[in-house]
Ligand binder design. Structure first.
Ligand SMILES: Cc1ncc(C[n+]2csc(CCOP(=O)(O)OP(=O)(O)O)c2C)c(N)n1
Ligand SMILES: [Mg+2]
Length: 349
């Protein structure tokens, strides 16, 4: 099938195609700036980069509508930025500053923006999968239009809670798309070493009577068409889908991954970089006469400037005050409830 002729792509405007490239470049430039300042010792904790995987976050977002929701796992900066979160507060969060999107108390795992229907990064592998089922259940139960996209990695599919979620999704018919970003590795463990079904992770959905599909991250028309089909199934038929997208990360599991060079060869990374989806899309737009080299360069310069401005914003911020340390952690504390006063947050008063 020629995916350019698919309903979602047929009338896709030149501006829309250019914007997809812009979003990919923006995310890459943001993360490269974060890497630079992480290496310079300006931030603590983890830094988990999407570099190499940007066509997934941006391609998926390009077919999501204002009523759709997203939620992601540890590798979620790209999803949050694609959802529209602003560079300045996101960078400041990495720097641990009070002008960060979570007031500098959470770092990259707390990119969360309910106003944009983005329900955050979640550090525990697969922790987002039952939350996505809960979001989808709420949509269905309250008859709210829209669908939920839940991003997860190839490592998360082996967590029990993901399977519990799939069972409920299938049983209740929930409007959710589990989008597996299969980048071949879970920390330093390859899919071949961790999965019985090495060739296809999405196929496990059959065990729950759930539709599944898969594609690569290089053909943006195909990716959009497959995501759209899954979203429409969720929106209108209120049925789940598991969609696997093969992709690749160029950096280690985190930036501080001491084993980064042990489980894959530099040649493997270089080989894959030759098929970089961002570079491929830029080349395609050029060849089609949609965007010339000078205009592409302008987009790149603007993204670099935006990332540097975000760093300035972050540097100018103050660290959270010691007096605020308990704020915005527990609802009970913020509202000074009796449960908070006796320190029993979970089990009533
Ligand atoms: C329950 C749990 N076990 C272990 C970890 C440590 N951990 C963080 S991410 C990760 C692997 C994630 O691999 P994958 O799902 O493929 O995502 P990717 O990093 O490739 O994006 C592990 C084991 C964790 N966060 N949570
Ligand atoms: Mg992985």
């Amino acid at each position: 099938m020629d995916f350019r002729e698919h309903a979602i792509n047929r009338d896709w405007s030149a501006e829309g195609k250019i914007d997809l490239l812009r979003q990919m470049i923006r995310i890459r430039r943001f993360e490269q700036a974060a890497l630079k300042y992480y290496n310079a010792g300006m931030m603590g904790g983890f830094l988990i980069l999407d570099i190499g995987q940007e066509s997934v976050s941006t391609g998926v977002r390009s077919v999501m509508g204002p009523l759709d929701h997203s939620i992601s796992g540890p590798r979620g900066m790209g999803h949050a930025l694609a959802a529209g979160m602003e560079f300045g507060p996101c960078m400041a969060e990495l720097f641990g500053k009070a002008n960060g999107c979570s007031k500098g108390k959470g770092g990259m795992f707390s990119y969360y923006d309910p106003g944009r229907n983005h329900w955050g990064c979640h550090g525990l592998a697969a922790a987002q999968t039952p939350l996505a089922a809960g979001l989808a259940f709420a949509l269905k139960q309250r008859e709210i239009p829209g669908a939920v996209v839940c991003f997860l990695g190839d490592g998360a599919v082996n967590q029990g809670v993901y399977h519990e979620s799939l069972n409920l999704d299938g049983l209740f018919g929930l409007p959710v798309v589990y989008l597996i970003e299969n980048n071949g590795y879970s920390m330093g463990t390859s899919v071949a070493r961790s999965s019985r079904f090495k060739e296809c992770l999405a196929r496990r959905a059959e065990g729950y009577d759930i539709d599944w599909d898969r594609c690569g991250d290089g053909d943006l028309y195909e990716l959009r068409a497959r995501v759209w089909t899954a979203l429409e199934r969720a929106r209108h038929e209120r049925r789940p889908t598991v969609l696997e997208i093969e992709t690749y990360r160029y950096y280690g599991f985190t930036v501080a991954d001491a084993n980064a060079k042990r489980y894959r060869t530099p040649e493997e990374i270089e080989e894959r970089k030759k098929r970089d989806p961002l570079a491929g899309w830029r080349k395609y737009l050029h060849e089609e006469g949609i965007l010339d080299a000078a205009a592409a360069e302008e987009i790149d310069l603007a993204a670099k400037a935006e990332a540097e401005a975000a760093v300035k914003f972050a540097e100018a911020g103050a660290p959270p005050g010691i007096g605020d340390i308990m704020d915005d952690v527990y609802w009970e504390t913020d509202h000074d409830t009796p449960a908070s006063r006796i320190g029993r947050h979970y089990f009533g008063e």
